[in-house]
Design a protein around this ligand. Sequence first.
Ligand code: NDP
Length: 328
Amino acid sequence: MFNAMVVEKDAEGQTHAAVRQIGLDDLPEAEVTVAVEYSTVNYKDGLCLGSGGGLVRKYPHVPGIDFSGTVEASSDARYAPGDKVVLTGWRVGEAHWGGYAQKARVRADWLVPLPEGLSTRSAMAVGTAGFTAMLAVMALEDHGLKDLHGPVLVTGAAGGVGSVATAILAHLGYEVAAVTGRPETEGYLRELGATQIVPRADLAETVKRPLEAESWAGCIDAVGGAMLARVLGQMKYGGSVAAVGLAGGAGLPATVVPFLLRGVNLLGIDSVMQPYDNRVRAWARIARDLPMGKLEAMVQPATLADLPKLGADILKGQVKGRVVVDVN
Ligand code: NDP
């Protein structure tokens, strides 16, 4: 028997999350059984620990969209006992049981080998949030970020995606302007490498003029909504915005004018169904371009028992940086 954070739904449709003992036979059928070492907390985990947010199909459910650990048993030739592995995405922790347990059983296709230079703990300090931040950086680079001059804007900067994006961009030598609604995180964001702090309120109003002063060479946007619409009108000629999240809303009250008159690109970033080769490429870039000292400064350690509160906090935008959950 081993510990797992199990979410159950009662007859009234209310969900309840608690640490319980489960057995190997309770785990879903799949090729690889992993002794989980670490997991983390993303916005989706907040949903799956609570109401389910339309993501969870069946109860009881074990959430946890990310985990790292050591292979314990494998019927797939690509993995053998003792291999260190990382999992993000593929709807694990949503449609399939996830990483908030001391053991998980998943498809071999969903795993990637732990990249050289990362520990299982640092891989979870990165997690889906950091992996997505790197995909966004790669997308901006593929669209000519290096040739444009000026600051790169990061919205939702004190959150998980934003914190890692800020650290990577600064490490690569870009000037980073960090948008935050929490002025008390200014010191933290400057430590990560931001050179300019933009108060959230400055970008909160809806678009009044489709084009404003050309301010940003690129943008990694975790917020969406009215903020993304405003940012589109502030991009430099030919600049790209990587749209990653919807912390501020799923709408996009924008005009097409920035696309037509300034050649602005809006790049969609999905981490969940990302093909294997690009996953390996992104993890290798993380091991190379994310300064580990700065990564450590973002970490808030936690245990399985802390998860219900952390899940509620992340839904309110109150988690700073990255939570690393030691499931043991
Ligand atoms: P966090 O909650 O850690 O960060 C989100 C940040 O957004 C907050 O910390 C806050 O930053 C800011 N924010 C929150 N609410 C608002 C608001 N109403 N208006 C403006 N800003 C707000 O979440 P993550 O970083 O883990 O994820 C960020 C987003 O990216 C989420 O929407 C998530 O679902 C999405 N995501 C998408 C992925 C993909 O594959 N496309 C993968 C991972 C995440 P501050 O306090 O600094 O203002």
